[in-house]
Write a protein that binds this ligand. Structure first.
Ligand code: ANZ
Ligand code: ZN
Length: 818
C-alpha cells in the first residue's frame, strides 16, 4: 500500500491542475467567497515558513468553505516592484527584471507544491505592463480628482549612497544599506491626499471585523485630536504665529513658546546675537528623525531666539524658543508651553530655568497633566477644564485670536521614489503647459530595461534619454517625462480589485463584475502592514467609490493576522542567526501535508511560536497512524466479512466520536482555531482504531465514518485525503469518485452526541494543556488512561518521566512530569 509521501503530493497536484479543479466559477457569484492572503514579493530566498504559515492554514479554511458550498475565489500573485529586487541588483549586477522573473518562477513552483487551491488563471504580477498600466491609470484618476498633487517636502536622504530612502529603509536613524546617518532633504514630491479621508477612515473602522489591536493602531496613526488654535503676536513686530493646543484651559500658565527648528519664522525672529546658536541647533536637529524627536525619554533641548511673544489672554510677554521636540509636520509647528501641566514642557522648563506656574488645581505634584479646576486664571477661575476650554475659546474668538480646531496625525502619502524598479509616474512636464497627465490611451508608460540604476542622487529614469524625452500631449512641443517611480505600496493598494478581473485588457476592471466579487470576505496576512498597506487600501477603495467605480466602502470585511513562526531557539528567524527553517527540506522528507498539518496543529494560528523538529516528527507519526487505521478500515469494507447491522455499544461509541469530530472540527476551523480541530481528528483516529479491533463490525457505519473522516481531514491534508478518497471510491464511477473537494462537508447529528459525558481539563505540572470530553462515570484509572493517551498530551510528555497523575473527578487531571 502506498504510504503517503511527496509522490502522492505530485500525483494529485498534477491531476488538480489537469482537471482545473480550483478554477473559480464566474457564473455563480451568489455564493462567492473571496479569500485572500497577502501576496509576497519575489525574493531569492524563496518561500519561508512565514509564507507557509500564512498560506497553508488559510487554504485549509478555504477548502472547508468550498466543501460547505461556497464558490471560493482564492487568487495568488506577486508584489514584484520595489527595493529588495533593486538592492539585490545593485549588489550583484543582475537586472531587477531578470532576477524577479526568475524568483517568481521558483516561488510559483513552491506555491504549487504547497497544493493550495490558488486559481492561477487570475495571477497578477505587479511589475508586468498589463498590471502597472492600470496602476498608472489609478494614479491618473486620483490626479483628475485632485487627490494626487506635487509639493516640496523634506525626505530621508543618505549622503553616502547619495539617494532618497523610503521610511522603511531608515533603521534607527541610519541607512539600512550602509549604516550612514540619514538626513533630511527638501525635494518636490508626489503625494496622495489620504488626509481627505481621515474622518471616514476613522469612523468606519469600528464596523470592521478586524483585530482590535490593528484597529487601534490605525486610529492612533490617523490621530484625530480636538483642541484650539491660538494666535500669539510677536512683540514689537507685525508678525504673529498660531499654536495648536488640546489644553487651552491652561492658557494662563504659558511661560514660553517653542517653535519647531524648521518653522520658517525662526530665521525672521532670531536676533543677531542668537543667530550662531540657533543655526547650529537647526543643523543638529536636521539629523534627527521625527521618531527620535518624539521619544519621551530623550532629553528635551532648545535655544532662545532673542524674541518675545504676547499671550493673547493676559498680555504677558513670554520668550520664543526653538526646540526639536516640536515637530514641523504636526499642528502649526509651534506650541505654547505650560510646564506645570505638561511632561515635556516641565522637563524643558526645569532644564532652562523657565517659570513654572500652576493654573489647574488637582493632584499635589507637578506636572499635573489631568483635568481639574482653573486657578490663577482671572475671570475663568473656578471653571472645570471642560468648561474652561469652551469659555477661553469664546473669549479668544471675540478677540480674533483663536478658534476651535481639529488636527490629524495622518499625513498625505508620499508616493514618488527616486528609484528605478517601480511603475513610472504617468506625468509629462512641459515648459509651456506645466504638469500634463499622460493621456489614458498612451498607457502604459513603459519602464525601460536599459537604465543605469545605481543610485547617485538623481532618479535613474532621468538618465535614460529615450525615456525622459517626449512630446507634450497638449501642445506637441518637446517635453520631459516624470522621472520618479511610484511607491510599491501604490501597486498593492488595489491588487485585490484586479485579481477579480485579472485578464481584462480594456479596463482596470469591469465595474459590474467587481462589485459582485468584492469586498474580500477574508483577508489574512501579517500585522506589520497595519498603518501602511491596510490603510492605503482602505483609502483607495473609498476614493474609487467616490469616482463611481465601486459600490462598497471597505475592501476587507474580515481580517486576521497569523502569528509568527520563530526559529527553534525561540528567536525571530534570520539568516545571520542561522535559525531559519527551510520548508522545502521538510516537505521532501515528510510530504507537504505533514508540513502543513504541523503548522496548524503545533501553533495557535494567531500566536505562532517556536519551530520544533520533534513537533513535526510527531505529526508525521500521527499521519502514519491515521493512514494505517484508514487503510485497515477500508480493507475491512472491501473484504465485506463479519458484517453486522445493529448499533450496539461499540457502534454508538464510534458514531459518537464521528459526530463529535464533525461538530468541533467545523466550529473550531470556522474561527481558524486549527490546532484543536486537528486534536479532534486524532481522537477520531483513536476511536476508529479501537473499533477496528472488534470481531463483528457494522460495515455500513464503518463506511459512513470513513467517508466523513476523509472529508474532515481533507482541508488539513489535501493530498493525503484525495488519495484516501480515491482508494475508497475509485471503483464507483459516480459523483463520488473525484474529487473529495467536490463533496459536501459533513453535518453532525446531535442525537449521536447525546451521551453522558463531562469535559475535563488536563494539566501538566499544573498548567492546562488540553480539555477533553470523557464519558461520565469512568473510574479514576480509566480517566488517567484517557488523559495519558490524549494525542495533544502525548506530545508534551514524550521523553519525560511521569511522576504522578492526580485525578479530580469530573474536573481535571494533573500530570506531574520530570
Ligand atoms: C499646551 C498644552 C498644555 C498641551 C498642556 C498639552 C498639555 P495631541 O493630543 O497629540 O494632538 N503640540 C502641538 N503641536 C505640536 C507639535 N508640532 N510638536 C510637538 N508637540 C505639539 O497633542 C497636542 C498637544 O501637543 C498640544 O497641546 C501641544 O501641547 C503639543 F498642559 O498645548 B499642548
Ligand atoms: Zn505643452
Amino acid at each position: 500500500m502506498a504510504k503517503y509521501n511527496t509522490s502522492v503530493d505530485e500525483k494529485w497536484q498534477k491531476k488538480w491542475e489537469e482537471t482545473k479543479l480550483y478554477k473559480f466559477d464566474e457564473n455563480n457569484l451568489d455564493k462567492k467567497l473571496y479569500v485572500l492572503e497577502m501576496f509576497s514579493y519575489p525574493s531569492g530566498s524563496k518561500l519561508h515558513a512565514g509564507h507557509w504559515f500564512n498560506y497553508g492554514p488559510v487554504d485549509s479554511w478555504a477548502r472547508m468553505k468550498r466543501m460547505q458550498g461556497y464558490n471560493v475565489f482564492q487568487p495568488m500573485g506577486f508584489d514584484a516592484f520595489g527595493l529588495p529586487a533593486e538592492n539585490f541588483a545593485i549588489k550583484t549586477g543582475i537586472h531587477p527584471k531578470d532576477s524577479t522573473v526568475q524568483n517568481i518562477k521558483t516561488m510559483e513552483q513552491q506555491l504549487k507544491a504547497m497544493g493550495a487551491m490558488f486559481d492561477w488563471d487570475h495571477e497578477i504580477v505587479t511589475c508586468n505592463t498589463d498590471y502597472y498600466k492600470w496602476t498608472q491609470w489609478l494614479f491618473l484618476k486620483l490626479y483628475e480628482k485632485g487627490l494626487a498633487y506635487r509639493k516640496k517636502a523634506p525626505v530621508n536622504w543618505c549622503p553616502s549612497c547619495n539617494t532618497v530612502l523610503a521610511n522603511e529603509q531608515v533603521l534607527d536613524g541610519a541607512c539600512e544599506r550602509c549604516d550612514t546617518e540619514v538626513t533630511k532633504k527638501d525635494l518636490t514630491q508626489w503625494f496622495l491626499k489620504i488626509t481627505d479621508y481621515a474622518d471616514e477612515l476613522l469612523e468606519k473602522i469600528d464596523s470592521l471585523d478586524w483585530p482590535e489591536k490593528t484597529k487601534s493602531m490605525q486610529k492612533h496613526w490617523i490621530g484625530k485630536s480636538t483642541g484650539a488654535e491660538v494666535t500669539f503676536k510677536v512683540k514689537d513686530s507685525d508678525l504673529s504665529f498660531d499654536v495648536f493646543t488640546t489644553r487651552v484651559d491652561t492658557l494662563f500658565g504659558v511661560s514660553y513658546v517653542v517653535l519647531a527648528p524648521e518653522n520658517p519664522l525662526v530665521d525672521v525672529l532670531t536676533s543677531a546675537n542668537h543667530k550662531e546658536e540657533v543655526e547650529s541647533y537647526k543643523a543638529e536637529s536636521k539629523k534627527q528623525s521625527d521618531i527620535e524627536r518624539q521619544s519621551i525619554t530623550r532629553e528635551k533641548t532648545g535655544v532662545f531666539t532673542g524674541s518675545y511673544a504676547i499671550n493673547p489672554i493676559n498680555g504677558r510677554e513670554i520668550p520664543i524658543w526653538i526646540g526639536d521636540y516640536v515637530l514641523s509636520t504636526y499642528g502649526t509647528g509651534a506650541v505654547m508651553a505650560v510646564p506645570a501641566h505638561d511632561e515635556r514642557d516641565f522637563a524643558f522648563a526645569t532644564k532652562y530655568n523657565l517659570p513654572i506656574e500652576r493654573v489647574i488645581e488637582g493632584g499635589e505634584e507637578l506636572p499635573y497633566t489631568e483635568y481639574g479646576t482653573m486657578i490663577n486664571s482671572d475671570e475663568f477661575n473656578g471653571l472645570t477644564s471642560e468648561e474652561g476650554k469652551k469659555a477661553v475659546v469664546k473669549k479668544l474668538e471675540s478677540l480674533g485670536l483663536g478658534s476651535e480646531k481639529t488636527n490629524y496625525r495622518l499625513r498625505d502619502w508620499l508616493v514618488s521614489r527616486q528609484r528605478y524598479w517601480g511603475a513610472p509616474i504617468p506625468i509629462i512636464h512641459c515648459e509651456h503647459c506645466g504638469t500634463v497627465p499622460v493621456p489614458e490611451d498612451q498607457l502604459p508608460v513603459v519602464l525601460p530595461y536599459d537604465v543605469e540604476f545605481t543610485p547617485d542622487g538623481k532618479s535613474p529614469l532621468a538618465k535614460s534619454e529615450s525615456f525622459i524625452n517626449t512630446t507634450c500631449p497638449k501642445c506637441g512641443k518637446p517635453a520631459k517625462r516624470e522621472a520618479d517611480t511610484l511607491d510599491t505600496f501604490v501597486c498593492s493598494s488595489w491588487y485585490y480589485l484586479r485579481y477579480a478581473d485579472a485578464n481584462n485588457s480594456e479596463k482596470a476592471f469591469d465595474i459590474e463584475k467587481i462589485n459582485k466579487m468584492l469586498p474580500v470576505d477574508k483577508y489574512v496576512g501579517g500585522p506589520e502592514h497595519a498603518c501602511m498597506h491596510l490603510l492605503y487600501s482602505r483609502f483607495i477603495t473609498k476614493a474609487l467609490r467616490d469616482m463611481g467605480y465601486l459600490n462598497f466602502d471597505e475592501p476587507f470585511t474580515s481580517l486576521t493576522h497569523q502569528g509568527l513562526i520563530l526559529g527553534p531557539d525561540g528567536q525571530k528567524m534570520s539568516k545571520s542567526k542561522g535559525n531559519t527553517i527551510s520548508p522545502d527540506e521538510y516537505i521532501s522528507q515528510h510530504g507537504s501535508d505533514v508540513f502543513r498539518m504541523y503548522l496548524m496543529f503545533g501553533f495557535a494560528y494567531v500566536e505562532g511560536g517556536a519551530w520544533s523538529d520533534d513537533g513535526i516528527k510527531s505529526v508525521a507519526r500521527f499521519v502514519d497512524r491515521m493512514e494505517r487505521v484508514l487503510d485497515s478500515a477500508r480493507e475491512a469494507i472491501e473484504d465485506n466479512k463479519s458484517n453486522k447491522s445493529t448499533m450496539d455499544k461499540n457502534e454508538k461509541e464510534l458514531n459518537y466520536w464521528r459526530h463529535f469530530a464533525i461538530k468541533n472540527v467545523t466550529s473550531d476551523s470556522e474561527i481558524l482555531q486549527f490546532n484543536t480541530a486537528i486534536a479532534r481528528l486524532m481522537e477520531l483516529t483513536n476511536a476508529l482504531s479501537k473499533y477496528m479491533n472488534e470481531e463483528e463490525k457494522n460495515l455500513e457505519l464503518l463506511k459512513a465514518t470513513l467517508t466523513d473522516f476523509i472529508k474532515l481531514v481533507a482541508p488539513f491534508a489535501p493530498h493525503f485525503a484525495e488519495e484516501q478518497w480515491n482508494l475508497l471510491y475509485k471503483s464507483e464511477s459516480n459523483d463520488n469518485s473525484y474529487s473529495v473537494f467536490n463533496q459536501k462537508w459533513p453535518e453532525f447529528d446531535s442525537n449521536a452526541l447525546i451521551k453522558d459525558e463531562v469535559e475535563i481539563a488536563i494539566q501538566i505540572n499544573g498548567k492546562i494543556k488540553s480539555r477533553i470530553n470523557i464519558p461520565s462515570g469512568l473510574t479514576e484509572d480509566a480517566i488517567k488512561e484517557e488523559a495519558l493517551n490524549n494525542e495533544e498530551i502525548k506530545v508534551f510528555i514524550e521523553g519525560k518521566t511521569v511522576v504522578k497523575v492526580i485525578v479530580i473527578k469530573g474536573r481535571l487531571v494533573n500530570i506531574v512530569v520530570k
